[in-house]
Design a protein around this ligand. Structure first.
Ligand SMILES: Cc1cc2nc3c(=O)[nH]c(=O)nc-3n(C[C@H](O)[C@H](O)[C@H](O)COP(=O)(O)OP(=O)(O)OC[C@H]3O[C@@H](n4cnc5c(N)ncnc54)[C@H](O)[C@@H]3O)c2cc1C
Length: 479
């Protein structure tokens, strides 16, 4: 037996914690003194209907490349495998003589089923599983209302949960981690996992994102210094650089919410800036979304509020395609949908506008919208996406009341007053004066040489669509 084998080994099974800093599984090996056998397993069936979409898989591919190279720099080798973790982990543990498998918990139904199967198979094989909270400030089951039930309204939830922003990160230097020699174990290459879709669309994403833990950490620093303080003033203005863009780094755990909160609190210790307080409460919305998904696991497919189950959504593929491709004729909606398709990300204010437009103006189900976002967002996250769509449709927790129908014209005028955002994503509107930028069909003829050719006319009339939505939705007023 070599000296290193006598120290013992732990398999660290990476899931949605693809990072070397603030990773509780890795921190544990520093306490136990065991060597790390790092493993990632791509189970292409996990999640069923909600297995990762195209943009998310593209992100994962690059995140794994980055993690592999960080581990290599520290003398280790990330084992990449494809298949069922419950079958593969015991084999790797045996082959590397590891006594335990450490991992960060996930909370979506597919991930939870995998975790349960893994724990059973490891126990049968006599290998100890141990899991940690690597992705949230609070565990979903830690926060309960006075009756011991999960919250369904954000404000009281956050009042109870917000002390989680002070939870400390794991403090250690990744340089001190000790990786085992895993050359005896076969591993696929990142390409061999077949994650990144073979589609030119994904090439565009690389122009907008640097996918690595260090890029995420740099963005956290920028958020604390530049974004958080002015967040309450700028966060609703899509033409400004006013939000953190941390969501995709959080989605696969290249960074943790604890790291984000701590950096913000270091610069704004008493949260003296209203911006910092609001910023931290957005991290709270992420937590709340996980709380809901954990306690109500059917919500990716079913409305939280049952009365919406039989809502007469329209099946209108032509309108859906116009919405997806940013061709509705409403500039604020189209700018958002084009930003999404071009960059894999959309500003939150615009997400709310496009979502409301789909479910209310077009009366197309929130599930269709959630699916499109799921496939195209680099920050696709089952908890936050489900919560965002159900909120917009009025069928979720703390949802917008049924009569709140975002007006895509006035929303544009209010939040993009000079049309900077709309013009950026819709070059056909570049020269239209501000007055008509969000209602180009009303502009005098001489200003609109080609409206209808370069940019479509509105696919629905706003007042008519609004009246139709109110009609349909008013049937839900009483349970
Ligand atoms: C219809 C719809 C769908 C959405 N789908 C997703 C999704 O798939 N993944 C996702 O991460 N967010 C989703 N959101 C929430 C929000 O739009 C994004 O988190 C945010 O735009 C990401 O950009 P940012 O990192 O610059 O956010 P910032 O404004 O800088 O916020 C900081 C962080 O707080 C969290 N956050 C902010 N707003 C919300 C919110 N409303 N709900 C939950 N968490 C929030 C995110 O982790 C975000 O990174 C959705 C919102 C809507 C309305």
């Amino acid at each position: 037996m070599t000296a290193s084998q006598s120290r013992g080994r732990s398999v660290v099974w990476f899931r949605k914690d693809l990072r070397l800093n603030d990773n509780p599984s890795l921190a544990r090996t520093l306490i136990s003194g065991k060597e790390i056998v790092p493993v990632f397993i791509w189970d292409e069936e996990e999640g069923g209907d909600w297995k990762p979409g195209s943009a998310s898989r593209w992100w994962l591919h690059h995140a794994l490349e980055s993690l592999s190279s960080s581990i290599e720099k520290r003398g280790g080798r990330l084992i990449l495998a494809k298949g069922k973790p419950a079958e593969i982990l015991p084999l790797i543990a045996r082959k590397t003589r590891a006594e335990e498998v450490l991992y960060g918990r996930v909370y979506d139904p597919g991930g939870l089923a995998t975790q349960q199967a893994v724990e059973e198979s490891l126990e049968t094989a006599g290998i100890r599983p141990e899991s940690f909270n690597a992705s949230l400030l609070n565990e979903p089951w830690e926060i309960k209302n006075l009756s011991g039930r999960p919250f369904q309204v954000f404000t009281p939830y956050w009042k109870k949960a917000r002390s989680g922003i002070h939870r400390a990160s794991e403090s250690y230097q990744p340089e001190n981690l000790s990786f085992a020699d895993t050359n005896s174990c076969s591993s696929l290459t990142t390409n061999g996992l077949g994650l990144a879709p073979d589609h030119p669309w994904t090439e565009k994403l690389a122009r907008h994102w640097e996918v690595s833990e260090s890029a995420g950490l740099a963005l956290i620093e920028r958020t604390a210094e530049k974004i958080a303080g002015s967040y309450s003033k700028l966060r609703d203005l899509p033409g400004q650089d006013g939000t953190s863009r941390l969501a995709p780094y959080l989605a696969w755990g290249l960074i943790s919410p604890r790291q984000v909160c701590q950096s913000v609190l270091q610069v704004h210790p008493e949260e003296e800036e209203p911006g910092a307080k609001v910023y931290l409460s957005e991290i709270g919305w992420r937590e709340f979304s996980y709380h809901l998904l954990y306690h109500f696991p059917s919500i990716p497919n079913e409305p939280l509020r049952p009365k919406y189950a039989n809502f007469p959504w329209l099946s209108d593929n032509k309108a859906l395609r116009k919405w997806q491709s940013g061709q509705t004729g409403y500039p604020m909606v189209d700018a958002g949908m084009r930003q999404l398709y071009e960059t894999g990300w959309m500003h939150n204010r615009v997400r709310m506008i496009v979502a409301s437009f789909l479910v209310k103006h077009l009366l197309i189900s929130w599930r269709e919208g959630a699916r499109w976002f799921w496939d195209t967002l680099v920050d696709a996250d089952l908890a936050s996406n489900t919560q965002g769509w159900q909120w917009a449709a009025g069928c979720g927790a703390d949802a917008a009341p049924y009569f709140r129908i975002f007006n895509p014209i006035t929303q544009g005028e209010k939040f993009d007053p000079e049309g900077k955002y709309a013009r950026h994503w819709i070059p056909a509107l570049e020269n239209i004066p501000d007055k008509w930028i969000f209602r180009p069909w009303e502009a005098p003829g001489e200003l609109l040489p080609e409206l209808g050719n370069d940019y479509p006319n509105p696919c629905v009339d706003h007042p008519e669509a609004r009246a139709r939505a109110l009609d349909a939705l008013s049937t839900l007023k009483t349970e």
